[in-house]
Design a binder for this molecule. Structure first.
Ligand SMILES: *Cc1c(COP(=O)(O)O)cnc(C)c1O
Length: 394
Protein backbone atom coordinates (compact mmCIF):
# COMPACT_ATOMS: atom_id res chain seq x y z
CA UNK A 1 0.00 0.00 0.00
CA UNK A 2 1.49 3.33 -1.07
CA UNK A 3 0.45 5.60 1.77
CA UNK A 4 0.53 8.76 -0.35
CA UNK A 5 -2.44 7.46 -2.36
CA UNK A 6 -4.83 7.39 0.60
CA UNK A 7 -6.66 9.93 2.71
CA UNK A 8 -5.97 10.28 6.42
CA UNK A 9 -9.27 8.49 7.20
CA UNK A 10 -8.07 5.37 5.42
CA UNK A 11 -4.52 5.57 6.80
CA UNK A 12 -5.88 5.79 10.39
CA UNK A 13 -7.45 2.36 9.93
CA UNK A 14 -5.21 0.62 7.41
CA UNK A 15 -1.67 2.04 7.52
CA UNK A 16 1.16 0.22 9.25
CA UNK A 17 -0.55 -3.10 9.96
CA UNK A 18 1.73 -6.14 10.35
CA UNK A 19 0.10 -9.58 10.26
CA UNK A 20 1.61 -12.57 12.10
CA UNK A 21 1.54 -16.13 10.64
CA UNK A 22 -1.84 -16.60 12.40
CA UNK A 23 -3.51 -14.09 10.02
CA UNK A 24 -5.34 -12.23 12.78
CA UNK A 25 -7.64 -9.46 11.49
CA UNK A 26 -7.25 -7.03 14.41
CA UNK A 27 -3.69 -5.87 15.09
CA UNK A 28 -1.96 -8.13 17.63
CA UNK A 29 -0.48 -7.17 20.98
CA UNK A 30 3.05 -8.60 21.19
CA UNK A 31 3.60 -8.64 24.94
CA UNK A 32 7.15 -9.92 25.01
CA UNK A 33 10.43 -8.56 26.28
CA UNK A 34 12.71 -10.40 23.85
CA UNK A 35 12.62 -12.37 20.58
CA UNK A 36 14.11 -15.79 19.84
CA UNK A 37 16.75 -16.46 17.16
CA UNK A 38 17.02 -19.75 15.28
CA UNK A 39 20.79 -20.02 15.46
CA UNK A 40 23.90 -18.43 16.90
CA UNK A 41 24.61 -17.01 13.46
CA UNK A 42 21.16 -15.43 13.17
CA UNK A 43 21.52 -13.93 16.64
CA UNK A 44 24.92 -12.50 15.71
CA UNK A 45 23.63 -11.01 12.45
CA UNK A 46 20.63 -9.44 14.12
CA UNK A 47 22.76 -7.89 16.85
CA UNK A 48 25.09 -6.28 14.31
CA UNK A 49 22.15 -5.15 12.21
CA UNK A 50 23.36 -7.20 9.24
CA UNK A 51 19.98 -8.97 9.17
CA UNK A 52 16.65 -7.35 10.10
CA UNK A 53 14.69 -8.83 13.00
CA UNK A 54 13.42 -8.13 16.46
CA UNK A 55 15.81 -8.51 19.39
CA UNK A 56 14.49 -6.80 22.50
CA UNK A 57 11.43 -4.59 23.10
CA UNK A 58 13.42 -1.61 24.40
CA UNK A 59 14.73 -1.42 20.80
CA UNK A 60 11.79 -2.51 18.66
CA UNK A 61 8.55 -4.48 18.97
CA UNK A 62 5.98 -5.33 16.27
CA UNK A 63 3.03 -3.66 18.08
CA UNK A 64 5.08 -0.52 18.66
CA UNK A 65 6.20 -0.68 15.00
CA UNK A 66 2.58 -0.70 13.86
CA UNK A 67 1.84 2.43 15.90
CA UNK A 68 4.96 4.16 14.51
CA UNK A 69 4.16 3.23 10.92
CA UNK A 70 0.54 4.34 11.19
CA UNK A 71 1.39 7.70 12.78
CA UNK A 72 4.17 8.37 10.25
CA UNK A 73 1.79 7.65 7.37
CA UNK A 74 -0.85 9.98 8.80
CA UNK A 75 1.67 12.81 9.29
CA UNK A 76 3.02 12.28 5.76
CA UNK A 77 6.44 11.30 7.14
CA UNK A 78 8.93 8.55 6.37
CA UNK A 79 9.33 7.42 9.96
CA UNK A 80 8.31 7.80 13.60
CA UNK A 81 9.78 6.69 16.90
CA UNK A 82 7.46 5.91 19.80
CA UNK A 83 8.29 7.04 23.32
CA UNK A 84 6.91 6.26 26.77
CA UNK A 85 5.24 9.70 27.14
CA UNK A 86 4.97 13.00 25.28
CA UNK A 87 7.62 14.48 27.60
CA UNK A 88 9.92 11.57 26.81
CA UNK A 89 9.58 12.50 23.13
CA UNK A 90 10.45 16.13 23.85
CA UNK A 91 13.39 15.44 26.17
CA UNK A 92 14.71 12.70 23.85
CA UNK A 93 14.61 15.08 20.88
CA UNK A 94 16.41 17.85 22.80
CA UNK A 95 19.11 15.48 24.09
CA UNK A 96 19.57 13.83 20.69
CA UNK A 97 20.05 17.14 18.89
CA UNK A 98 21.88 19.36 21.38
CA UNK A 99 25.36 19.38 22.87
CA UNK A 100 26.92 21.79 25.39
CA UNK A 101 27.08 25.29 23.92
CA UNK A 102 24.06 24.80 21.67
CA UNK A 103 20.99 26.98 21.72
CA UNK A 104 17.24 26.23 21.75
CA UNK A 105 14.53 28.70 20.77
CA UNK A 106 11.06 27.87 22.11
CA UNK A 107 7.68 29.49 22.22
CA UNK A 108 6.77 30.56 25.77
CA UNK A 109 3.26 29.19 25.32
CA UNK A 110 4.21 25.51 25.23
CA UNK A 111 3.35 22.77 27.73
CA UNK A 112 4.82 23.81 31.11
CA UNK A 113 7.09 20.77 31.48
CA UNK A 114 8.53 21.46 28.02
CA UNK A 115 9.89 24.81 29.25
CA UNK A 116 11.47 23.01 32.21
CA UNK A 117 13.16 20.46 29.92
CA UNK A 118 14.62 23.13 27.62
CA UNK A 119 15.57 25.48 30.48
CA UNK A 120 17.74 25.40 33.62
CA UNK A 121 16.18 22.30 35.30
CA UNK A 122 17.30 19.87 32.53
CA UNK A 123 19.11 21.02 29.36
CA UNK A 124 20.63 23.97 31.20
CA UNK A 125 22.51 21.54 33.44
CA UNK A 126 24.35 20.28 30.36
CA UNK A 127 25.35 23.70 29.06
CA UNK A 128 22.53 24.24 26.59
CA UNK A 129 20.94 27.70 26.57
CA UNK A 130 17.31 28.43 25.80
CA UNK A 131 15.61 31.56 24.56
CA UNK A 132 11.86 31.90 25.10
CA UNK A 133 9.78 33.83 22.56
CA UNK A 134 6.56 35.19 24.07
CA UNK A 135 4.95 36.29 20.83
CA UNK A 136 3.40 34.99 17.63
CA UNK A 137 5.05 37.97 15.84
CA UNK A 138 7.58 36.92 13.19
CA UNK A 139 9.99 39.74 14.12
CA UNK A 140 10.44 38.27 17.60
CA UNK A 141 11.19 34.82 16.12
CA UNK A 142 13.62 36.25 13.57
CA UNK A 143 15.50 37.99 16.39
CA UNK A 144 15.74 34.84 18.55
CA UNK A 145 16.74 32.29 15.86
CA UNK A 146 20.48 32.65 15.14
CA UNK A 147 23.54 30.69 14.02
CA UNK A 148 24.13 28.13 16.79
CA UNK A 149 20.41 27.52 17.26
CA UNK A 150 19.99 23.74 17.07
CA UNK A 151 16.30 23.36 17.89
CA UNK A 152 13.27 25.62 17.29
CA UNK A 153 10.14 24.42 19.06
CA UNK A 154 6.51 25.51 19.27
CA UNK A 155 2.91 24.36 19.72
CA UNK A 156 0.13 25.70 17.57
CA UNK A 157 -2.57 26.47 18.51
CA UNK A 158 -1.22 27.16 21.97
CA UNK A 159 -2.63 26.17 25.34
CA UNK A 160 -4.74 27.75 26.86
CA UNK A 161 -4.81 30.98 24.82
CA UNK A 162 -5.24 29.42 21.34
CA UNK A 163 -2.47 31.57 19.83
CA UNK A 164 -1.73 30.51 16.26
CA UNK A 165 1.87 30.48 14.94
CA UNK A 166 2.88 30.70 11.26
CA UNK A 167 4.55 27.32 10.73
CA UNK A 168 5.81 27.99 7.18
CA UNK A 169 7.39 31.36 8.04
CA UNK A 170 9.17 30.07 11.16
CA UNK A 171 10.30 26.95 9.25
CA UNK A 172 12.07 29.21 6.76
CA UNK A 173 13.93 31.04 9.57
CA UNK A 174 15.04 27.73 11.13
CA UNK A 175 16.19 26.36 7.76
CA UNK A 176 18.41 29.41 7.17
CA UNK A 177 20.51 28.70 10.28
CA UNK A 178 20.38 24.90 9.96
CA UNK A 179 18.22 24.39 13.05
CA UNK A 180 15.74 21.53 13.41
CA UNK A 181 12.20 22.90 13.61
CA UNK A 182 9.83 20.80 15.71
CA UNK A 183 6.08 21.34 16.11
CA UNK A 184 4.12 19.75 18.96
CA UNK A 185 0.99 18.65 17.06
CA UNK A 186 -0.81 17.24 20.07
CA UNK A 187 -3.81 19.62 19.85
CA UNK A 188 -4.56 19.18 16.14
CA UNK A 189 -3.22 15.70 15.35
CA UNK A 190 -2.48 14.92 11.68
CA UNK A 191 -6.22 14.91 11.04
CA UNK A 192 -6.46 18.69 11.40
CA UNK A 193 -2.90 19.87 10.71
CA UNK A 194 0.22 18.40 9.04
CA UNK A 195 3.20 20.52 10.10
CA UNK A 196 5.70 18.61 7.91
CA UNK A 197 3.81 19.65 4.76
CA UNK A 198 4.11 23.27 5.98
CA UNK A 199 7.90 23.02 6.37
CA UNK A 200 8.52 21.64 9.87
CA UNK A 201 11.29 19.02 10.21
CA UNK A 202 9.87 17.09 13.16
CA UNK A 203 6.43 16.55 14.68
CA UNK A 204 6.07 15.74 18.37
CA UNK A 205 3.09 13.95 19.90
CA UNK A 206 1.78 13.23 23.32
CA UNK A 207 -0.18 10.10 22.42
CA UNK A 208 -1.71 10.29 25.92
CA UNK A 209 -4.13 12.87 24.49
CA UNK A 210 -6.15 12.57 21.26
CA UNK A 211 -4.26 9.64 19.68
CA UNK A 212 -5.53 7.36 22.44
CA UNK A 213 -8.53 9.63 22.82
CA UNK A 214 -10.05 8.06 25.89
CA UNK A 215 -7.54 8.97 28.60
CA UNK A 216 -6.30 5.42 29.16
CA UNK A 217 -2.54 5.15 28.56
CA UNK A 218 0.55 7.33 28.31
CA UNK A 219 2.61 7.52 25.13
CA UNK A 220 4.47 9.82 22.79
CA UNK A 221 6.23 10.00 19.45
CA UNK A 222 8.83 11.79 17.37
CA UNK A 223 7.93 11.93 13.68
CA UNK A 224 10.23 12.94 10.80
CA UNK A 225 12.73 11.70 8.23
CA UNK A 226 14.23 8.21 8.32
CA UNK A 227 17.63 9.72 9.07
CA UNK A 228 16.30 11.73 12.04
CA UNK A 229 14.13 8.96 13.49
CA UNK A 230 15.70 5.61 12.62
CA UNK A 231 19.29 6.72 13.03
CA UNK A 232 19.68 9.69 15.34
CA UNK A 233 16.70 9.39 17.69
CA UNK A 234 16.58 5.58 17.63
CA UNK A 235 20.23 5.19 18.58
CA UNK A 236 19.71 7.54 21.53
CA UNK A 237 16.41 6.00 22.66
CA UNK A 238 17.38 2.30 22.45
CA UNK A 239 20.24 3.08 24.85
CA UNK A 240 18.55 5.55 27.21
CA UNK A 241 15.32 3.56 27.39
CA UNK A 242 12.21 5.80 27.31
CA UNK A 243 10.57 3.33 24.91
CA UNK A 244 6.82 2.81 24.54
CA UNK A 245 5.31 -0.26 26.20
CA UNK A 246 3.70 -2.68 23.70
CA UNK A 247 0.39 -2.64 25.59
CA UNK A 248 0.21 1.15 25.44
CA UNK A 249 1.15 1.08 21.75
CA UNK A 250 -1.69 -1.38 21.11
CA UNK A 251 -4.29 0.77 22.92
CA UNK A 252 -3.16 3.90 21.05
CA UNK A 253 -2.98 2.08 17.70
CA UNK A 254 -6.59 0.94 18.04
CA UNK A 255 -7.63 4.38 19.31
CA UNK A 256 -6.19 5.98 16.18
CA UNK A 257 -8.68 4.12 14.00
CA UNK A 258 -11.40 6.53 15.17
CA UNK A 259 -9.14 9.62 15.32
CA UNK A 260 -10.46 11.28 12.12
CA UNK A 261 -14.13 11.10 13.12
CA UNK A 262 -13.30 12.10 16.70
CA UNK A 263 -11.24 15.14 15.70
CA UNK A 264 -13.98 16.45 13.43
CA UNK A 265 -16.61 15.90 16.11
CA UNK A 266 -14.39 17.58 18.76
CA UNK A 267 -13.95 20.57 16.43
CA UNK A 268 -17.68 20.83 15.72
CA UNK A 269 -18.60 20.67 19.41
CA UNK A 270 -15.90 23.17 20.40
CA UNK A 271 -16.85 25.70 17.72
CA UNK A 272 -20.53 25.52 18.71
CA UNK A 273 -19.65 26.03 22.38
CA UNK A 274 -17.21 28.87 21.55
CA UNK A 275 -19.86 30.69 19.51
CA UNK A 276 -22.45 30.30 22.25
CA UNK A 277 -20.00 31.54 24.91
CA UNK A 278 -18.95 34.53 22.77
CA UNK A 279 -22.59 35.71 22.74
CA UNK A 280 -23.12 35.13 26.49
CA UNK A 281 -23.58 38.34 28.56
CA UNK A 282 -21.39 37.04 31.46
CA UNK A 283 -18.45 36.18 29.17
CA UNK A 284 -15.82 38.85 28.42
CA UNK A 285 -14.09 37.07 25.52
CA UNK A 286 -13.43 33.64 24.00
CA UNK A 287 -10.16 32.25 22.58
CA UNK A 288 -10.70 29.67 19.83
CA UNK A 289 -8.79 29.52 16.52
CA UNK A 290 -11.82 29.15 14.27
CA UNK A 291 -13.91 31.94 15.88
CA UNK A 292 -14.43 34.84 13.46
CA UNK A 293 -13.14 37.20 16.20
CA UNK A 294 -9.78 35.35 16.62
CA UNK A 295 -6.90 37.65 15.56
CA UNK A 296 -5.30 34.88 13.46
CA UNK A 297 -8.42 33.15 12.15
CA UNK A 298 -7.23 33.41 8.53
CA UNK A 299 -3.86 31.78 9.34
CA UNK A 300 -5.59 29.13 11.46
CA UNK A 301 -7.88 28.23 8.55
CA UNK A 302 -4.88 28.00 6.20
CA UNK A 303 -2.97 25.65 8.49
CA UNK A 304 -5.78 23.65 10.06
CA UNK A 305 -8.88 21.90 8.71
CA UNK A 306 -10.64 22.24 12.08
CA UNK A 307 -10.29 24.31 15.24
CA UNK A 308 -9.62 21.38 17.59
CA UNK A 309 -11.07 20.61 21.01
CA UNK A 310 -9.60 23.30 23.24
CA UNK A 311 -11.05 26.74 23.95
CA UNK A 312 -10.63 29.23 26.77
CA UNK A 313 -12.72 32.17 27.91
CA UNK A 314 -12.70 34.99 30.44
CA UNK A 315 -15.77 35.43 32.58
CA UNK A 316 -16.76 38.93 33.65
CA UNK A 317 -15.14 39.19 37.09
CA UNK A 318 -12.16 37.40 38.61
CA UNK A 319 -11.20 34.22 40.40
CA UNK A 320 -14.42 34.03 42.48
CA UNK A 321 -16.61 34.21 39.38
CA UNK A 322 -14.44 31.75 37.42
CA UNK A 323 -14.47 29.24 40.29
CA UNK A 324 -18.31 29.53 40.46
CA UNK A 325 -18.50 28.34 36.84
CA UNK A 326 -16.04 25.49 37.45
CA UNK A 327 -17.82 24.38 40.64
CA UNK A 328 -21.28 24.38 39.02
CA UNK A 329 -20.49 21.76 36.37
CA UNK A 330 -22.14 18.35 36.64
CA UNK A 331 -20.92 16.72 33.42
CA UNK A 332 -17.49 18.22 32.74
CA UNK A 333 -14.58 16.76 34.73
CA UNK A 334 -12.45 19.15 36.79
CA UNK A 335 -9.09 17.82 35.64
CA UNK A 336 -6.06 19.11 33.77
CA UNK A 337 -6.09 16.42 31.09
CA UNK A 338 -7.32 17.00 27.56
CA UNK A 339 -7.77 15.06 24.34
CA UNK A 340 -10.41 12.78 25.84
CA UNK A 341 -13.98 12.09 24.70
CA UNK A 342 -14.94 13.39 28.17
CA UNK A 343 -15.03 17.20 28.41
CA UNK A 344 -12.62 18.66 30.97
CA UNK A 345 -12.60 22.09 32.63
CA UNK A 346 -9.78 23.87 34.45
CA UNK A 347 -8.91 27.21 36.01
CA UNK A 348 -5.37 27.59 34.58
CA UNK A 349 -4.18 30.41 36.89
CA UNK A 350 -4.54 28.22 40.01
CA UNK A 351 -3.75 24.79 38.49
CA UNK A 352 -1.81 24.07 35.28
CA UNK A 353 -0.19 27.51 35.27
CA UNK A 354 -0.22 28.08 39.05
CA UNK A 355 3.55 27.72 39.45
CA UNK A 356 4.29 30.56 37.01
CA UNK A 357 5.02 33.97 38.52
CA UNK A 358 2.21 36.52 38.40
CA UNK A 359 4.27 38.56 35.92
CA UNK A 360 4.73 35.55 33.61
CA UNK A 361 1.02 34.75 33.80
CA UNK A 362 0.15 38.36 33.00
CA UNK A 363 2.53 38.32 30.01
CA UNK A 364 0.86 35.16 28.75
CA UNK A 365 -2.64 36.60 29.28
CA UNK A 366 -3.58 33.90 31.77
CA UNK A 367 -5.65 35.94 34.20
CA UNK A 368 -7.81 34.97 37.19
CA UNK A 369 -11.01 35.12 35.11
CA UNK A 370 -9.78 32.58 32.55
CA UNK A 371 -11.33 29.10 32.20
CA UNK A 372 -10.10 26.40 29.82
CA UNK A 373 -12.43 23.79 28.39
CA UNK A 374 -11.19 20.79 26.38
CA UNK A 375 -14.42 19.93 24.64
CA UNK A 376 -15.30 16.25 24.44
CA UNK A 377 -17.96 14.39 22.52
CA UNK A 378 -21.00 14.76 24.82
CA UNK A 379 -24.12 16.42 23.36
CA UNK A 380 -23.73 20.14 22.64
CA UNK A 381 -26.91 21.08 24.55
CA UNK A 382 -25.75 19.26 27.67
CA UNK A 383 -22.33 20.99 27.59
CA UNK A 384 -23.95 24.40 27.14
CA UNK A 385 -26.32 23.77 30.07
CA UNK A 386 -23.35 22.67 32.18
CA UNK A 387 -21.64 26.06 31.74
CA UNK A 388 -24.89 28.09 31.75
CA UNK A 389 -25.61 26.99 35.33
CA UNK A 390 -22.46 28.60 36.72
CA UNK A 391 -22.55 31.64 34.43
CA UNK A 392 -26.09 32.40 35.70
CA UNK A 393 -24.66 32.70 39.25
CA UNK A 394 -22.33 35.57 38.26
C1 LIG B 1 0.27 16.67 27.61
C2 LIG B 1 1.14 17.37 26.66
C3 LIG B 1 2.49 17.06 26.57
C4 LIG B 1 3.17 16.05 27.48
O1 LIG B 1 2.70 14.77 27.21
P1 LIG B 1 2.73 13.58 28.32
O2 LIG B 1 2.25 12.40 27.52
O3 LIG B 1 1.84 14.00 29.43
O4 LIG B 1 4.15 13.44 28.75
C5 LIG B 1 3.24 17.73 25.64
N1 LIG B 1 2.70 18.66 24.84
C6 LIG B 1 1.39 18.99 24.90
C7 LIG B 1 0.85 20.01 23.99
C8 LIG B 1 0.57 18.35 25.81
O5 LIG B 1 -0.72 18.70 25.89
Amino acid sequence: MNDHDYSVDTLAIRAGGLRSPFNEHSEALFATVSFVHESAEMAAKRFTGEEPGYIYSRFTNPTVDMFERRLAAMEGADAAIATSTGMAAISTLAMTLCSAGDHIVTSGSVFGSTLNVFGAPVMGKFGVTCEVVNSTGLDAWAKAIRPGTKLVFLETPSNPMADVFDIAAIAEMARKVGATFAVDNCFCTPVLQRPLALGADVVIHSASKHLDGQGRVMGGAIVGTKEMCRERVYNFLRTTGASLAPFNAWVILKGMETLPIRMRAHSENALALAEWLAAHPKVANVNYPFLASHPSVALAKRQQSGGGAVLSFNVKGGKTEAWKVVDAVKIMSITGNLGDVKTTITHPATTTHGRMTQAARDAAGIGDALIRVAVGLEAQDDLRDDLARGLAQI
